[in-house]
Design a protein. Structure first.
Length: 319
């Protein structure tokens, strides 16, 4: 059984359902899962165009956390996380650009994984930020997540960013012995303002790893503090470009009453996009505009490289 928040011709894309539009492309991953015997049960809620961290910016309705209906399940793939946490399904798919699988999994107490970029095909996935988007599994156990990743990982000729790597059985890495493994603890992540409950859970996890025989090594990711600003510049810039295609001409929603071409563009995008999507498009358009490209987008790409190098260096000493 499977729920998903990505394109399929079995059920219309949730954002476009509102306007009666059916996708013209089917995502490759659901086809693979159906071939191996899984059943596609339908669509789940999510933040519109995956832009949000609470599933409160859905084009349809808000999603609640099944553990406490007065709280959010995280986002943007909050519907997938909520369905798994509520035992509606054993697995679900989500899309992760800047935490949209990992964060709702944390909020709802389940397992969520963003695979390495290129490990899972993005063919048919509605693009938010193309250099960051990735499809991944939700499950109630690490083993279930590994089984789902076994099914969806692999090279896809229809996706030019798909990595042509040998397939692996990820369940073989699930062993009960982590003695001698070096686990890096980024000291930069623990700052003022962290919730006491979160800090307590964080410390307990470290003690658990120690008890299982892992070696704990404090590491520094000096450029991590720039991650959020870098993400917002790169993600919104790419979103501004990707969402330019929704103009009412080629496909998607189209305004009914308009005077001329400019009016069609204006009304289509005004009526078709929600407030959070509009905010991100405006920010992305600004950082890509003449005179600001080098100051913002180019510099953000350079900082991303510094962050990547931070992690590469850390993995030289950690497992």
């Amino acid at each position: 059984m499977l729920f998903m928040d990505v394109c399929s011709d079995i059920m219309p894309l949730i954002k476009l359902v509102k306007h009666g539009v059916i996708p013209v492309i089917q995502l490759g991953i659901p086809i693979i899962l159906i071939i191996i015997g899984m059943i596609d049960l339908g669509k789940l809620n999510m933040d519109e165009f995956a832009m949000g961290g609470s599933t409160e910016h859905s084009a349809m309705h808000k999603t609640c956390n099944p553990w406490n209906l007065n709280t959010v399940p995280g986002g943007s793939s909050g519907g997938s996380a909520a369905a798994v946490a509520a035992n509606m399904v054993p697995w679900a798919l989500g899309s992760d650009t800047g935490g949209s699988i990992r964060q709702p999994a944390s909020y709802t107490g389940i397992v969520g994984m963003k695979p390495t970029y290129g490990r899972v095909s993005r063919f048919g996935l509605i693009a938010f930020a193309s250099s960051l988007d990735q499809i991944g599994p939700f499950a109630r156990t690490v083993e279930d997540a590994a089984l789902m990743l076994n099914a969806i990982a692999g090279h896809d000729e229809k996706d030019t960013t798909s990595a042509n790597l040998e397939s692996k059985d990820y369940t073989k890495a699930l062993v009960n012995d982590i003695k001698g493994k070096v686990v890096g603890i980024p000291t930069d992540f623990i700052r003022e303002g962290i919730s006491p409950d979160v800090k307590e859970a964080y410390d307990k996890a470290i003690e658990t790893l120690k008890g299982l025989g892992a070696e704990i090594k404090e590491i520094s990711l000096e450029y991590a503090k720039y991650s959020l600003a870098t993400y917002y510049i790169i993600a919104t810039a790419e979103a501004s470009s990707n969402l330019g295609r929704y103009d009412g001409i080629r496909y998607g929603y189209r305004a009914k009453d308009f005077k001329d071409l400019d009016d069609l563009y204006r009304k289509t995008r005004t009526e078709g996009f929600g407030s959070e999507v509009k905010r991100r498009i405006m920010l992305g358009t600004y950082v890509l505009s003449s005179g600001y490209y080098d100051a913002y987008y180019k510099r953000a790409q350079q900082v991303r490289t510094l962050i990547v190098n931070n992690f590469r260096k850390a993995f030289e000493d950690c497992d």
